[in-house]
Write a protein that binds this ligand. Structure first.
Ligand SMILES: C[S@@+](CC[C@H](N)C(=O)[O-])C[C@H]1O[C@@H](n2cnc3c(N)ncnc32)[C@H](O)[C@@H]1O
Length: 246
């Protein structure tokens, strides 16, 4: 990551989201459906971005893939996942790496890229476009990438929250950003009381047309776009699945 940009979400994940991330086991029905639909050639190499405790990386291996790598910006998560891999006698590899600067991977390395669980929405806004370019760079020609993004229009209160947050940002002389909103919860359960405080980590809630345009600008072709609850009735409405080809 660029030295000039501070990634507040890296510390947020390490301090507040560690347990809820690494101990998750269940694979959601829409994740299962999408991974089984698009990861079809088990000889292909797969990367999972923002792999956390390895939940999805291990699931992909169970689908029959032998060349699977997970990376995450939080080193402690990768240590946990690697130990888990060793315990399971799994071949999955885990590396510490930042989605906005993938120096750990060569150009055109992967046949399948799994960027679900909204990992790019946690990248600082100045580095969002670069992160998509990085994804494209490490993808092989003909590869398939599964992204999910947080869908701004899926939460009816986002416009109100955005107005309040940006009013406070303006009063404090901070930069306003309509679609970058702070976390509402810590560890998926506790309310984040610092929500309205200064200089909080925030996540990017995308608009469908804007994100599709940005992916196409980088060179991706869009194959499928759907919210999680349309893929499976119990799916997550807030997760916008975008499947791309290079
Ligand atoms: C919602 S969690 C998903 C974890 C795991 N994929 C799963 O589904 O169980 C998002 C993950 O993205 C990671 N992350 C956030 N920003 C990142 C970045 N810039 N590069 C790589 N990983 C990042 C976090 O540390 C966290 O583990």
């Amino acid at each position: 990551m660029s030295d000039k940009v501070t990634n507040l979400n890296k510390d947020f994940y390490a301090e507040h989201m560690m347990d809820s991330t690494i101990y998750r086991q269940d694979v959601w029905p829409e994740e299962r459906l999408m991974l089984q639909k698009y990861l079809t050639d088990t000889k292909g190499s797969v990367v999972e971005a923002g792999a956390g405790g390895g939940r999805l990386t291990f699931f992909i291996e169970q689908l029959g893939f032998e060349n699977v790598t997970g990376f995450d910006i939080v080193p402690e998560m990768m240590e946990f996942a690697q130990k888990e891999s060793d315990k399971r006698s799994s071949k999955a590899k885990f590396k510490t790496g930042d989605a906005s600067n993938l120096t750990i991977f060569e150009d055109e390395t992967f046949d399948y890229l799994v960027y679900i669980q909204q990992v790019l929405c946690f990248v600082p806004k100045e580095l969002f476009h670069t992160s998509i370019e990085e994804t494209y760079r490490v993808a092989k020609k003909g590869s398939t990438t599964l992204f999910t993004f947080l869908d701004y229009d899926s939460r009816i209160y986002n416009p109100i929250l955005s107005r309040i947050i940006n009013f406070l940002r303006k009063m404090r002389g901070e930069e306003a950003s309509k679609y970058h909103l702070p976390w509402l919860k810590l560890n998926d359960t506790q309310f984040n009381w610092k929500l309205f405080a200064k200089n909080q980590p925030s996540v990017y809630w995308v608009r469908r047309n804007a994100i599709l345009k940005e992916l196409e600008q980088v060179g991706f072709s869009i194959v499928e776009v759907e919210n999680g609850n349309k893929i499976h009735k119990d799916g997550n409405k807030g997760a916008l699945y975008v499947v791309c080809k290079k």
